[in-house]
Design a binder for this molecule. Structure first.
Ligand code: COD
Ligand code: ZN
Ligand code: ZN
Length: 375
């Protein structure tokens, strides 16, 4: 029996208060309005940004259904939806692409003006929520809200992908993988034969390494204070790995010595101000490119000598690997299907959706790279 046009009662992980566990609740998911899409979730990753809301370092209106790195199947569509239809496999887009705003129209712009990353908005773009629980409206999260068996998104925040793709893997293309991989191939534009340094060997750092490798870098130096991260980094393409704690001089000096004066490309994938500066300092003057991928602590600044830039280094950053989401996600899925990269090294744990709190504990303890929750 078709559920189209009807309210669906299903399970969601609701966050009622910061610093508290998720509560698995029965919620009502209203049908999609015009230009909206209702998706049956199949798999969702747990990303650090979800935990930033739980810990209170990223403030979001509560109660909320978090989750933004997922894949599912379209259940029904609202009036006027043309880009997807019921039965399509899709990836929700936390960084939407409306296609109409100034940024979307710019060939290089990728942070759509409709994105709610900078201005938290707990609703769909029409200003209302499709979720209710115990009679109360529940907030949406960055256009996605994937910790729920069904979600509703605006058409600008969802894209159709290859019908043959394994959703429990390609869900990572919805955030972590793409953020890292795109930072190398799209933001830095890593070149053939180059030398790269990657600071931070978590899931996003590993994805940066895969991007450097795909772009043809000949040396990829991984940097991490946890040497247990080295084996996997090498497995995905690092040619050597170093621990700053093994040296009695600044890590940028070590990297400059290793690279005959400076690396071609460096990436900060930790989210610390000191390592952002080290990453800039270790790159070659005159042409070195340093990319900030990690999210810095709230409202803090880096004291930086402008001579570093005057002498030709390039300092950049990017959200979602610099990719326009609707244009790029289906292509990245196609590249995955063509075996241009593997997502397996990133997936360390798979749990049923109901065990979401266990998945967050794995993230917080550093024991997982990515946990996938399956519905
Ligand atoms: N020196 C070297 N390595 C260090 C240091 C240090 N001082 N401190 C920590 N590390 C290492 C840790 O040992 C760890 O291996 C690694 O750095 C960090 O890895 P994780 O597993 O904590 O983190 P990731 O890879 O999952 O993600 C880290 C980001 C910093 C990239 C995180 O902020 C993020 O997910 N950013 C995405 C930004 C974005 O686009 N967000 C929008 C939606 S999510
Ligand atoms: Zn994320
Ligand atoms: Zn836009």
């Amino acid at each position: 029996m078709s559920t189209a046009g009807k309210v669906i009662k299903c399970k969601a992980a609701v966050l009622w208060e910061e610093k508290k566990p998720f509560s698995i609740e029965e919620v009502e998911v209203a049908p999609p309005k015009a230009h909206e899409v209702r998706i049956k979730m199949v798999a969702t990753g747990i990303c650090r940004s979800d935990d930033h809301v739980v810990s209170g370092s990223f403030h979001w209106p509560l109660p909320v259904i978090l989750g933004h790195e997922a894949a599912g199947i379209v259940e029904s569509v609202g009036e006027g939806v043309t880009s997807v239809k019921p039965g399509d496999k899709v990836i929700p887009l936390f960084n939407p692409q409306c296609g109409k705003c100034k940024v979307c129209k710019h060939p290089e712009g990728n942070v759509c003006l409709k994105s709610s990353l900078q201005q938290p908005q707990g609703t769909l773009i029409d200003g209302t929520s499709r979720f209710t629980c115990r009679g109360k409206p529940i907030n949406h999260f960055i256009h996605t809200s994937t910790f729920c068996q069904y979600t509703v998104v605006d058409e600008m925040a969802v894209v159709k992908i290859d019908a043959a793709s394994p959703l429990e893997k390609v869900c990572l293309i919805g955030c972590g993988f793409t953020t890292g991989y795109g930072s190398a191939v799209k933001v830095a534009k890593v070149t053939q034969g180059s030398t790269c340094a990657v600071f931070g060997l978590g899931g996003v750092g590993l994805s940066v390494i895969m991007g450097c490798k795909a772009a043809g870098a000949s040396r990829i130096i991984g940097v991490d204070i946890n040497k247990n991260k080295f084996a996997k980094a090498k497995e995905v393409g690092a040619t050597e790995c170093i621990n700053p704690q093994d040296y009695n001089k600044p890590i940028e000096e070590v990297l400059k010595e290793l690279s005959d004066g400076g690396v071609d490309f460096s990436f900060e994938v930790i989210g610390r101000l000191d390592t952002m500066l080290s990453a800039l300092l270790c790159c070659q003057n005159s042409y070195g490119v340093s990319v900030i991928v990690g999210v810095p602590p709230d409202s803090q600044n880096i004291p930086m000598n402008p001579m570093l830039l005057l002498t030709g280094r390039i300092w950049k950053g990017g959200i979602f690997g610099g990719f326009k989401s609707k244009d790029s996600v289906p292509k990245l899925v196609a590249d995955f299907m063509a075996k241009k990269f593997s997502l397996d090294p990133l997936i360390t744990n798979v749990l049923p959706f109901e065990k979401i709190n266990e998945g967050f504990e794995l993230l917080r303890s550093g024991k997982s790279i990515r946990t996938i929750l399956t519905f």
